[in-house]
Write a protein that binds this ligand. Structure first.
Ligand SMILES: [Zn+2]
Length: 515
């Protein structure tokens, strides 16, 4: 499919150009952001944030979670949502019509015009905040918007919480997106502590019975058939044309008449199962009876969704299913939706890397080198080169600080990104990545409570940060065992924290402040 034209919003952008400099200063964007005329989407976020009193970074993070800030030239998503902010018109979510009512813009403009769409998204968010009774002080506090963001998902309970958690994860980790016309939209990482209210207890806790590392959320019974009429002999690869939480919500909706067995998240490869393997999901017409369907979060025309964590996680799932059901691990049996007979869909599309995927399926999983884990972290400064400079550049770029090309060469752009990060975290702004800056950079992100027995990426993040903070190797294996427990207690006693071996809000706060 053709990409949307880059000059789509230029008419309005010119009018707004004079406001850019003020807006960038006001929101503290790092130096080196793109110049005014090339910045229509940043303009639109600033304007909409100001008009509706929604935090700019929140608005951008919601849009990023929905669409990676790609409006797809007004084409609908799987659940009939439109534009960068994914304003939806379907039987259970009418945020498009609501946005028209609140802004006075036509639904046609809201679908196709990025500036109008972002304005509409801000209006809908503000409307939810008002309905929830947020006062001006609360509206100025990004953490207080959590329930409003949950409502923006158009669903309720655990899936709404999953949606809002994703947005706050992007706020905690920061983001940098290259959007139409090459413009950069950034949100710098920050410590977050969302006020979840009743949704605090809404996390998805059910586990898949077929694939132990997946979560379980049942699809609506109208969207699949119980049992099978054929032997399972293939896996069908899909791309959702929508977000992870949006897709899960859509499969729960009785009117959608679609489902798949599994849905995989782009950012980290999290998997939710929605239909049991023994049952027939509605995902590939005539191939339904004999196949298992895996949906991948994203849009086929935007390669930014096809991340390494998603490929690895999905390939491990496919390998497991092939082993379990005796399906050969080849391209005759692991097929794209577009390759299933009698289908008119084009997913997973040209951006899906089949060669890499099949290699991962064949070789089993394996985490591979992540480029961020070292036995010790040396101070990196102007003129330094090598893999640790590259790691610092990767961390800075991911967190919304423009460190330039990740080339392992510590130049002026990397130095100014380090200084901006240090200033934001209250660290001495010396432009060098020493133990404190390493600790803050490596620990940035979400702050789940971790104790002995915990596992996964947050544990790896903790282990890297402790390695930098303590100046000794804490093995990065993603498993919180005795060695990690000892390191946590040592860190806590050295920093005057309660040495209980539990990494809760206070310990994360200290690590993220580079203490
Ligand atoms: Zn498909």
């Amino acid at each position: 499919m053709p990409r949307r034209p880059a000059d789509h919003t230029r008419g309005r952008a010119a009018v707004l150009a004079s406001l850019t400099v003020t807006a960038l200063v006001a929101t503290g964007h790092p130096a080196g952001a793109a110049p005014a005329e090339a910045d229509p989407m940043n303009q639109a976020f600033e304007q909409a944030a100001e008009k509706y009193g929604v935090p700019r970074d929140l608005l951008a993070a919601v849009g990023y979670g929905e669409t990676h800030l790609d409006g797809h030239a007004g084409r609908p998503s799987q659940d009939n949502g439109f534009g960068v902010m994914h304003l939806v018109s379907n039987p259970v979510n009418h945020s498009l019509e609501k946005a028209a009512e609140l802004t006075g813009e036509s639904t046609a403009d809201l679908r196709k015009d990025t500036e109008a769409n972002i304005l509409g998204g801000a209006a809908v968010l503000r409307n939810h905040a008002d309905a929830l009774g947020l006062d001006p002080a609360e509206r100025a506090d990004i953490d207080a918007w959590y329930p409003a963001v949950a409502r923006y998902s158009g669903t309720e309970g655990a899936v709404a919480a999953l949606y809002a958690d994703t947005v706050y994860t992007f706020l905690a980790q920061g983001l940098r997106a290259t959007v139409a016309g090459g413009e950069q939209v950034t949100v710098t990482s920050r410590p977050v502590s969302p006020e979840k209210g009743p949704l605090a207890k809404a996390d998805i806790t059910a586990k898949s019975e077929d694939y132990p590392s997946a979560l379980w959320v049942a699809a609506n019974s109208a969207n699949f058939a119980t049992g099978r009429t054929a032997t399972v002999d293939k896996v069908v690869i899909h791309v959702t044309q929508g977000s992870y939480a949006g897709t899960i919500s859509w499969f729960q909706n009785a009117t959608s008449k679609v489902s798949s067995h599994y849905v995989v998240r782009s950012s980290d490869g999290q998997i939710t199962q929605m239909v049991r393997d023994k049952d027939t999901a509605y995902h590939a017409k005539s191939a339904n009876a004999s196949s298992l369907g895996i949906e991948h979060e994203g849009f086929i025309d935007d390669p930014s969704w096809f991340t390494d964590p998603m490929y690895r996680s999905s390939a491990a799932l496919t390998a497991y299913l092939c082993d379990r059901y005796g399906i050969p691990k080849d391209r005759s049996h692991i097929i794209g939706h577009s390759e299933a007979p009698g289908n008119d869909h084009t997913d997973p599309g040209a951006n899906w890397n089949w060669t890499y995927y099949m290699q991962l399926v064949g070789s089993g999983t394996g985490s591979g080198a992540d480029g961020l884990s070292f036995g010790s972290y040396a101070t990196q400064k102007s003129g330094s080169t090598g893999t640790q400079v590259k790691a610092a550049q990767t961390l800075l770029n991911k967190q919304g600080y423009d460190a330039g090309t990740e080339d392992g060469i510590f130049g002026t752009r990397t130095e100014s990104a380090v200084r901006a990060f240090q200033t934001a975290r209250g660290l001495d702004s010396d432009g060098a990545v020493g133990p404190r800056t390493w600790t803050a950079l490596l620990s940035a992100g979400t702050t789940p409570t971790l104790t002995t027995g915990a596992s996964g990426d947050p544990v790896k993040r903790l282990q890297r940060a402790l390695t930098a903070a303590l100046g000794r190797t804490v093995t990065v294996d993603g498993a919180f065992g005795a060695n990690t427990d000892k390191a946590v207690r040592d860190y806590q006693s050295a920093r005057g924290l309660s040495a209980d071996g539990s990494v809760g809000p206070d310990t994360w706060k200290a690590l993220q402040a580079g203490l």
